[in-house]
Design a protein around this ligand. Structure first.
Ligand SMILES: [Zn+2]
Length: 287
């Protein structure tokens, strides 16, 4: 009986603590946010969601477009626009509306990382919507490792694939972008086997400020050894809400937490804008 009462008291205590936490979050939200306040604003104030942005873009912006379960990433400066992947079928209009918001009327480069539908399903539709100057579309025999392409101040270095593989995910183009003091690593769907190859070939050169997490946060990618070398400050997972694969896997989220990365996800944040002047990096959601 006495035990039951203690338990009851503890439950009341926890409820009181939760109420206090909600009260503090609401007070902070009301104090710091302009009216009218939405639940989105409250989630953002509590650190659950990225704050909205007003397209205050710095020199280089990397926009992780919400294409559901797939990848589509725009690299944007005043002079250069490069799209990595198009997401699954049915996303061309979605990508076009992001390009319209940024007043982009042609792509200098379109890079497809590998020939899976969730990365190139909207390619045909997108070609009909926007002029594309150059396309890089690898086949199952393309080894891009060691190639470098420079666009004004931006350098794209193709790190992988180093070897041919029967697993198309491990034939993903792995791209490192450098702008002044900041580096970004785009893993596409490269899995642990490819990560091990990259470690052997590049070691501490894998260090990056931001990582586009491999294979939508699957536990077949993002080995702790690899993430420890990359040491990302920020990690972006491009993943569909309630997807059939259970991505991102808890093991991946744990590994990212272990290396101290702050994680953003398209299933929660929608289209994510990462913008930098080469010194600082700022994230916000695209509305
Ligand atoms: Zn994929």
């Amino acid at each position: 009986m006495a035990k039951k009462q203690t338990q009851k008291r503890r439950n009341i205590k926890i409820t009181k603590r939760t109420a206090a936490a909600i009260f503090i979050i609401l007070t902070l939200a009301i104090t710091y946010l302009p009216l009218p306040i939405t639940w989105d604003d409250i989630y953002a104030a509590a650190g659950f969601k990225l704050p909205k942005g007003n397209l205050n873009l710095l020199d280089l912006s990397i926009i992780f477009i919400d294409v559901g379960q797939g990848d589509s990433i725009l690299i944007h400066t005043d002079s250069t626009n490069i799209l990595i992947d198009t997401g699954p079928e049915g996303n061309a209009q979605n990508i076009k509306s992001v390009l319209n918001q940024l007043e982009i009327n042609k792509l200098n480069y379109l890079i497809i990382t590998h020939q899976h539908d969730d990365h190139m399903g909207s390619l045909e539709q997108l070609r009909r919507l926007i002029p594309i100057d150059n396309e890089i579309i690898p086949t199952e025999n393309t080894k891009m490792s060691g190639m470098t392409q420079t666009f004004n101040d931006i350098t794209l270095e193709f790190l992988g694939p180093i070897y041919l593989s029967d697993n198309l995910n491990n034939m993903s183009l792995v791209i490192k972008l450098t702008y002044k003091n900041k580096t970004f690593l785009f893993m596409a769907d490269a899995e642990s086997e490819e990560e091990a190859n990259l470690i052997r070939q590049y070691n501490e050169n894998l260090k990056a400020d931001v990582i586009k997490v491999g294979h939508h946060g699957s536990d077949s990618s993002s080995s702790l050894d690899f993430l420890t070398l990359v040491q990302p400050e920020y990690a972006v997972i491009s993943v569909g809400k309630d997807n059939d694969y259970g991505h991102p896997h808890q093991a991946t989220l744990n590994a990212l937490q272990q290396v101290g990365a702050k994680v953003y996800r398209t299933d929660r944040d929608g289209t994510i804008v990462c913008t930098t002047d080469g010194e600082k990096i700022v994230f916000h959601r695209l509305e």
